[in-house]
Design a protein around this ligand. Structure first.
Ligand code: OXD
Ligand code: MN
Length: 597
């Protein structure tokens, strides 16, 4: 036992009485304990140790084949009143959900160990930090939490005898899909997860706490929890300006967060620093009235496929040590790992085990048939932020970094221009509320279907989406020096369906314009949707296939597709329901009128 906190001890007693573990082990954050757990996981086959020379302190884990991703259909927000969870979330009354869950938890840890993980989201002791305790019967969860969060006795010391922590209970039970539940009780600070062993469902500090529960707390306490990366652009004179950016899944958030500037920028002395790749907690700093951000996490839980020396060398180097790989290919020739899009040298038949644990034949791989993949398309690396070559020196900052710009983005073939700027915080909130992505051929189902994903938070707002938008508007009134709000689209295509903008490192050219706008250093053209760049203000020096005319095309506004989109936005607002703030309906009618003028 590492604490005398009676709230903590009583709760653990209750949970243990229900789940009936053989023993209880407290996680103290020490290397010695972590090392012993890694050895134990290897002895049972739960993890494989990889080549110590090539991948020091790296491990491979395979989940059950039915348990490879977050499950939005089985994720619930359990508030007393249904309208407080809203129409976008699944809802069940807390008592009813608990009755169901307790049946599943009862006796589920018999013959197993319950680990007690005291962890902090944010630097322990900082104003931003929030504490949690996760109880789990999975060593894999313990070892991932040791990377993704700050774990140890100092968390319990900081908590003292306070009841103010998030209670998280996770049991693997039978990994039964039919009885898998990822549930949140924001009114009582509880998270309960059962019948899964996959990252986003079981690393309760991440999506469950740092987004769903934290968004609820942020509304109550006057701050924001957002699905945003945080990066710093360093100018040749040494100034660093910070940007937060929200994109739906599969839009390259981790790549943007770790961007390598194009050669002509590097030569001038530009650098990009990563503060976070997934989650930002934002608070108003009373000293300068600006919005400050921290990344509450301690590591990256990144998608492996597609990560390579060109797309994201920084991520690749980050996961060359101290990393847990999940559901990638095992190369048994040199005991390393591989995934689609890493390089053109997949391990050859006889030396390759796929994510399911079966022999894999790379010659049978067919891009269009997912069942031939070696690595699961959602396979992951869990890696320490401190191992990232471009990690910001402010990563552990107590007060966070001042945010100049908030950037929303989506994957749109035609509708959104390369970049535009909103005309006010209220208009920017509207821009965030109508964020959307079109489905690609990479996912199952129809191509080009628009999915609205406001602020990239559709699966992560822990309360009513309409109230969440109202909170955004409210924050805008309270921030004296608010960031400017922008929208980008790296994915515009030409008539043949080819991407027009090169993307990746060249996205810095757009960030450069955004920051120039924040400093009032560049003019822009006001259009129906907001400010767009004058084509000559996007720096295309050193780009081969992009001319001034290309930029003109990229920033042009296709009014017809915007007018089409309005109908879809109205449908979505109607779905969100009667708590959509009137200000956003005003913004929508004003946009419609401008487009039709
Ligand atoms: C993630 C996600 O895993 O957004 O970060 O799905
Ligand atoms: Mn995410």
């Amino acid at each position: 036992m590492m604490t005398n906190n009676k709230f903590v001890l009583n709760w653990i007693d209750e949970m243990a009485a229900m789940t009936k573990p053989d023993k209880i082990v407290w996680i103290d954050g020490s290397d010695a304990q972590a090392e012993a757990l890694r050895a134990e996981a290897c002895s049972t086959g739960e993890m494989f140790k990889l080549n110590e020379e090539l991948l020091p302190n790296c491990y491979l884990h395979r989940t059950a084949v039915n348990d490879v991703a977050r499950v939005e259909g089985r994720t619930y927000i359990c508030t007393e009143k249904q309208e407080d969870a809203g129409n976008i979330n699944n809802w069940m009354a807390p008592a009813e959900m608990k009755e169901k869950l307790f049946k599943l938890y009862r006796g589920s840890m018999k013959g197993r160990t319950m680990y007690v993980i005291p962890y902090s989201m944010g630097v322990v002791g900082s104003d931003f930090a929030k504490y949690g305790i996760e109880l789990t019967d999975s060593i894999y969860v313990v070892l991932n939490m040791l990377i993704m969060t700050r774990v140890g006795t100092n968390v319990l010391e900081a908590l003292g005898d306070s009841p103010d922590y998030i209670k998280g209970l996770h049991a693997r039970a039978d990994i039964d899909e039919e009885n898998r539940y990822i549930t949140h009780f924001p009114e009582t600070n509880e998270i309960m997860s059962v019948n899964s062993g996959y990252g986003g469902n079981v690393l309760l500090g991440k999506k469950c706490f740092a987004l769903r529960i934290a968004s609820f707390l942020g509304r109550k306490e006057g701050w924001m929890a957002e699905h945003m990366l945080i990066l710093g652009v360093e100018y040749p004179n040494g100034d660093i300006k910070y940007i937060c950016a929200a994109f739906p899944s599969a839009c390259g958030k981790t790549n943007l967060a770790m961007l390598i500037p194009p050669a002509i920028y590097r030569e001038k002395g530009y650098k990009v620093w990563c503060v976070g790749d997934d989650i930002a907690w934002l608070r108003i700093n009373p000293e300068d009235g600006k919005l400050y951000a921290v990344n509450p996490e301690n590591g990256f839980f990144g998608v492996a496929p597609g990560t390579n020396e060109k797309s994201n060398p920084n991520a690749l180097h980050t996961c060359m040590r101290d990393t847990i790989f999940t559901n990638v290919v095992h190369n048994t020739k040199d005991n390393t790992v591989w995934w689609e899009g890493l390089d053109n040298n997949p391990p050859q038949p006889g030396y390759a085990i796929d994510w399911k644990g079966n022999p894999w034949d790379c010659t049978k791989y067919d891009k269009k048939d997912k069942s031939t993949c070696g690595a699961h398309p959602n396979s992951r690396f869990t890696a320490l932020a401190k191992n990232c070559p471009c990690i910001s020196s402010e990563f552990n900052s107590l007060k966070g970094v001042p945010i100049s710009a908030i950037v929303f983005g989506g994957r749109r073939a035609k509708t959104a221009p390369l970049v535009y700027q909103s005309t006010s915080w209220q208009n920017g909130t509207f821009v965030g509320s109508i964020m959307a992505s079109e489905t690609t051929a990479a996912a199952a189902g129809a191509v080009g279907v628009v999915r609205r994903d406001p602020m990239a938070m559709r699966p992560f707002v822990g309360y009513n989406m309409g109230d969440y938008w109202a909170h955004w508007l409210e924050m805008g009134k309270r921030i004296p020096n608010a960031p400017k709000i922008f929208h980008v689209n790296w994915f515009r295509t030409d008539d043949e369906g080819h991407f027009i903008w090169p993307g990746f490192g060249d996205n810095l050219r757009v960030l450069d314009w955004i920051l120039a706008r924040c400093e009032d250093k560049v003019e822009a053209d006001l259009t129906a949707i907001g400010y767009v760049p004058k084509a000559e203000d996007i720096n295309i020096e050193g780009l081969e296939d992009v001319t001034l005319d290309t930029i003109k095309e990229l920033v042009s506004i296709d009014k017809a597709s915007w007018i089409d989109d309005i109908a879809n936005i109205k449908e979505f607002y109607a779905l969100v329901g009667d708590r959509v703030p009137a200000e956003l309906y005003d913004e929508l009618s004003a946009l419609e009128a401008r487009l039709k003028a």
